[in-house]
Design a protein around this ligand. Structure first.
Ligand SMILES: *[C@@H]1O[C@H](CO)[C@@H](O)[C@H](O)[C@H]1NC(C)=O
Ligand SMILES: *[C@@H]1O[C@H](CO)[C@@H](O)[C@H](O)[C@H]1NC(C)=O
Length: 645
């Protein structure tokens, strides 16, 4: 349908001026930027211009109907027809940056504005949500009327309403709009921002608002920094140095739920005996019942003695926790239920399900209620003290875990996403060793956000390549403290990592903020290389660069800069750099180009303009507009990385 439309649009464009199609123009006084709305009679469209060049076009869902009129306002104009109105308003008018908002108020049913992802050739798009198939840049992603909330589906644990492109334009949608995304689905090459009164959003108020903002800057970097300033915000502090420098050793992928005191002691001794140290993380399953926040005596008869012993040999000890209480965890479930501490839906139902419960056999603590959040916090705090736990890995948090159509403490417009922000804000109080895995407008928190569980796979279906693309995605929506998931992946369905994927995964992880093992180097004692020695070398390399990582953390706090940006960050106008998704930067001076392809012993590497020192060979590469190193040799022992002089 719209393929046809596109052709028509182009045709109409040629006639636009000669045939006097009605136009409305928003001109920025301090720059050459402008936005022109064209009424094609059968559809409305606006285009964004910089220096006379059209950068972007968007098809406007009208609801205006028929003949459109306009009226001027102090900061722009309002288009109106038979009822609905669309307001275009200048918000920032500087010589190098313009921002406008496009607003509809009191919408009854739905409206959809469709961004042409291919307005101009070679445009790349960034930002958006965390996804299982994490393509990057993101213009190839497919979304089918995807409810834009944090949810388990598609690994969508982060869904910031922010997109920007290599031309230097961003779109930011206000949180109060019930937003769905339809991309490359109904209309190929378009991303439609659909606002619609439908679940999982509030359906009880008959009308809603839909406002979004468009920034027009000089390039992608410039416009992203403006988005940080005006919308995304920057962190108020950063995670602890120890959690960056020393690896995390999780029981999860290696033992799954088969953990007890004996396995912990064996694992800890192995870690030390192979010459490693760091943070010992006890994952599922240790509770008397899910939600008790008490250790099961049969598995952990004396937890304090265990954590004391782990501390005595130099480990920090962290514990996996979750925001659910299962029904069979009777005492706690009843207490929380009587106190109204669970999220209930509009019919009063509190039942939900998660991966450790049967259907309807669990409930989710309502962190939007002060008393419930305090109750959870205090119980966890006493467990922390009595068990000698340093910090926690907070699981879940996505809005899809609560009953659909929840009644939260907050305005209707904040439903259902407020449960995510309330949870992560509550648990962030446990300090600088905290990790969470979900977020909603919580870029200000000084804590690690973990990537959702990765699979032991070489593909973009949540496998090794997505370690990089997810890193880039999270950084470019304002979450710079990314905790990569476990080295080698989770080994689900008995698909344990082999030597090659384990080593390549570790290498890919070295210049990311933290290393997290669960499968271990000594799982590969009969491998083709000395995996223990090799792993030690890469763990040491990561430790060597830790001061640099901490500097990047400081910069994230001071100016909101990404810690691990895509390589175009230092060459925003470089067309090749704009499309690269298998390399990344640490700050602005370290470029990592790990091998992430099965069987590969070399790869092509692109270096943006500048003088680069090869971290492996000591060779120097200079170029004024970027160079390819073709077939760069990288056998299993080599992680290609470069340092900008
Ligand atoms: C833990 O218990 C064992 C056995 O009773 C004891 O030898 C050890 O000293 C205890 N550890 C600490 C730190 O108290
Ligand atoms: C609802 O949230 C507000 C703001 O966080 C808080 O002050 C208030 O105590 C909460 N109400 C309840 C019932 O918990």
């Amino acid at each position: 349908m719209w393929i046809f439309f596109n052709i028509v649009i182009l045709t109409v464009y040629c006639f636009t001026f000669s045939h006097g199609v009605v136009q409305f123009s928003l001109n920025f006084a301090r720059s050459t930027n402008k936005v022109v709305v064209i009424d094609h009679y059968y559809m409305l469209e606006y285009s964004i211009y910089r220096d006379g060049e059209r950068l972007q076009s968007v098809v406007l869902g009208t609801g205006l109907g028929g003949y459109i009129k306009s009226r001027k306002t102090g900061s722009g104009f309002v288009l109106y027809g038979r009822g609905d109105e669309i307001e275009f308003s200048i918000e920032v008018d500087d010589s190098k940056f313009s921002q406008l908002s496009i607003s509809r108020r009191n919408i009854q049913k739905s409206v959809s504005d469709c961004i042409d992802l291919a307005s101009e050739s070679d445009v790349h798009w960034y930002g958006g949500n965390q996804q299982r198939w994490q393509y990057y840049p993101i213009q190839k992603l497919v979304h089918k009327h995807n409810a834009y909330v944090t949810k388990e589906e598609f690994n969508q644990a982060i869904a910031e309403r922010y997109w920007f492109n290599s031309q230097g334009i961003f779109f930011y949608v206000n949180l109060d709009a019930p937003l769905f995304i339809d991309q490359n689905n109904q209309h190929p090459d378009f991303m439609c921002l659909e606002a619609k009164r439908a679940l999982p959003y509030d359906i009880y108020h008959t009308r809603f608002d839909f406002t979004y903002h468009i920034g027009i800057g000089l390039n992608a970097r410039d416009v992203h920094m403006k988005a940080v300033e005006y919308f995304l915000g920057k962190p108020s502090g950063h995670p602890a140095l120890e959690m960056v420098r020393d690896p995390i050793w999780s029981t999860w992928a290696r033992y799954k739920t088969n953990v007890d005191e004996a396995t912990v002691r064996v694992f800890a001794n192995e870690i030390l005996s192979y010459g490693f140290n760091g943070q010992f993380e006890l994952d599922d399953d240790y509770e008397t019942c899910y939600g008790a926040l008490e250790f099961r005596q049969s598995k952990f008869p004396n937890i304090k003695n265990l954590t004391d012993d782990l501390h005595a040999v130099g480990f920090r000890v962290t514990l996996w926790v979750h925001p659910f209480i299962n029904k069979d965890c009777k005492n706690w479930f009843e207490e929380a239920k009587q106190s109204n501490y669970f999220v209930a839906d509009h019919s009063g139902n509190i039942e939900t399900q998660w991966w450790n419960s049967e259907k309807s056999q669990a409930a989710y603590i309502d962190f939007t209620k002060t008393a419930a959040a305090d109750w959870y916090y205090n119980r966890l705090r006493s467990l922390q003290i009595s068990a000698g736990i340093d910090s926690f890995k907070f699981d879940a948090g996505e809005s899809s875990w609560v009953p659909i159509d929840p009644v939260l403490n907050g305005t209707a417009k904040e439903h259902p996403s407020k449960i995510t922000s309330a949870y992560v804000r509550t648990v962030s109080k446990f300090g600088s060793l905290v990790e969470v895995r979900s977020g909603q407008n919580t870029q200000d928190l000084p804590i690690f956000v973990r990537m959702i569980d990765k699979d032991t796979e070489w593909s973009l279906n949540n496998g090794l390549p997505t370690l990089i693309t997810t890193l880039l995605q999270m950084n470019m929506v304002g979450y710079p403290f990314v905790l990569p998931d476990m080295i080698g992946g989770n080994g689900y369905n008995d698909n344990r990592p082999d030597e090659e994927i384990f080593v390549r995964w570790l290498q890919a992880n070295v210049f990311m903020p933290s290393l997290q093992f669960s499968y271990v180097p000594w799982d590969y004692l009969s491998g083709s290389v000395d995996v223990v020695a090799l792993s030690k070398r890469f763990v040491d390399l990561h430790a060597e660069f830790t001061p640099h990582i901490m500097n990047c953390f400081e910069k994230a706090v001071s100016i909101g800069a990404p810690v691990n940006p895509p390589i175009w960050w230092i060459a925003p106008n470089d067309k090749i750099a704009q499309s690269i998704s298998d390399e990344f930067l640490l700050g602005e001076d370290i470029l990592a180009a790990p091998v992430i392809e099965k069987g590969a012993t070399s790869r092509d590497i692109y270096l943006p303009a500048g003088e680069w020192l090869d971290g492996n060979t000591g060779e120097t590469y200079r170029s004024t507009d970027g160079i390819w190193l073709r077939d760069y040799a990288a056998p299993l022992t080599v992680l290609p990385y470069f340092i900008r002089k």
